[in-house]
Design a protein around this ligand. Structure first.
Ligand code: FES
Ligand code: FES
Length: 155
């Protein structure tokens, strides 16, 4: 049976009916047409579907949509400014060549954001831990780590 949930999505209040089996990833991509959040493994292992829920990252592919009730969700669509200017983390990813095929990028950027929001000056080990749940098949991670470091030294 469908249930009504209310939550904040990228700063806007949303109320909608959802089925109990719906995942947060399905809610975002299929019901709200927010296609920036990617589906990789669908099993909680690759991090492509990462979003931020009340300041912490979650794998939306295995997170029940019902559980966002009363919470705040940030997707990659929600981190640029209202004029569409890219977030500093996104700009650093481009500058350091941390985006190749781009499939991991939204999840990686959100993991970096959650890390830097909590710890603005992480060391390399902390950066590696912060993105440990996000797999990248292209970059070898070095450029990603350099990009996150560059943002942290600017703040
Ligand atoms: S698609 Fe969610 S963890 Fe891989
Ligand atoms: S840039 Fe291709 S998977 Fe990370």
């Amino acid at each position: 049976m469908k249930q009504t949930i209310t939550f904040i999505l990228n700063g806007e209040s949303i109320e909608m009916e959802v089925e109990p089996h719906l995942t947060l990833l399905q809610l975002l991509r299929e019901r709200l047409s927010l296609h920036g959040t990617k589906e990789g493994c669908g099993m909680g292992e690759c991090g492509a579907c990462t979003v931020i829920l009340d300041g912490k990252t979650v794998n939306s592919c295995i997170f029940p949509a019902l559980e966002v009730n009363g919470k705040s969700v940030t997707t990659i669509e929600g981190i640029s400014d209202p004029q569409g200017k890219l977030h500093p983390i996104q700009r650093a990813f481009i500058e350091y060549g941390a985006v190749q095929c781009g499939f991991c990028t939204p999840g990686m950027v959100l993991s970096a954001k959650a890390l830097l929001d909590e710890n603005p000056k992480p060391g390399e080990e902390e950066i590696r831990n912060g993105i440990a749940g996000n797999l990248c098949r292209c970059t070898g991670y070095l450029q990603i780590i350099q990009a996150i470091k560059a943002v942290s030294t600017k703040t």
